[in-house]
Design a protein around this ligand. Structure first.
Ligand SMILES: [Zn+2]
Length: 224
């Protein structure tokens, strides 16, 4: 399992995104045997006691690991050993960590979830567990960059104007990263985004096609 790391265990947390060739998403049409084998590998490599993979539906629902995870697009926990997983292929995976409260969060931020303010909802759910935005660190996983993310006007209109790029004679482009940052005042981002379309180490539906059955995993865990 090759991975791109944001936090290593010594920071009190581990967070990473996986590279092409590894997939634990079972609802995009992947071979169930491959998914089972990769989930086994994930457990071994992370040392997770439990792995939580929500059935994402572009909702704005934030859950706890023990909830029914169907239709959940973000998770928060303060329990060590629980690996929170988000699967994407151009959408923005967001991983959050408050080192003092020892609370983590993971959110799937596509355009619908982002305009529905799933990012803000995730931070609020972490605050219920004692997290504070001004202490929280954020890692942003690979997602479609503003240069690549052309959208229709009906989509662009739903975004804050500072996250929309308009050029005369061209369709609007959107920065998911800007739109996410706006919802996290006080939070410190630890890395610069990589583009899933430009960078072939990651899965991209826009580059590889709608029938793409695999997804990039972004995950975070407080080691137990
Ligand atoms: Zn790009």
């Amino acid at each position: 399992m090759k991975k791109h790391c944001y936090f290593e265990g010594e920071a009190g947390v581990s967070a990473f995104s996986t590279l092409v060739g590894f997939n634990v998403c079972d609802y995009a049409g992947a071979d169930p045997k491959q998914v089972a084998a990769d989930r086994q590998k994930l457990a071994e490599i992370t040392g997770a006691r439990e792995i939580f993979i929500p059935r994402q539906t572009h909702s704005v629902r934030v859950g706890r690991p023990d909830d029914d995870l169907h239709g959940v697009d973000a998770l928060v926990t303060d329990i060590p050993g629980q690996l929170l997983c988000i699967n994407t292929a151009d959408c923005l995976p967001l991983l959050l960590y408050d080192p003092k409260a020892r609370v983590i969060g993971a959110a799937h931020c596509g355009w619908r979830g982002t305009v529905g303010r799933i990012v803000e909802a995730t931070m609020l759910k972490m605050q219920e567990l004692g997290a504070k935005p001004e202490r929280t660190l954020a890692a942003v996983g690979p997602h479609i960059c503003p240069e690549c993310f052309e959208v229709g006007d009906e989509v662009a209109q739903q975004f804050p104007p500072t996250s929309v790029i308009r050029r005369l004679g061209f369709k609007p482009h959107v920065s998911l990263f800007e739109a996410v940052k706006i919802q996290l005042p006080g939070v410190t981002f630890v890395n610069s985004p990589l583009c899933s379309m430009h960078d072939s180490r990651f899965y991209s539906v826009r580059r590889q096609g709608r029938e793409l059955s695999q997804r990039t995993l972004s995950a975070i865990i407080i080691p137990s």
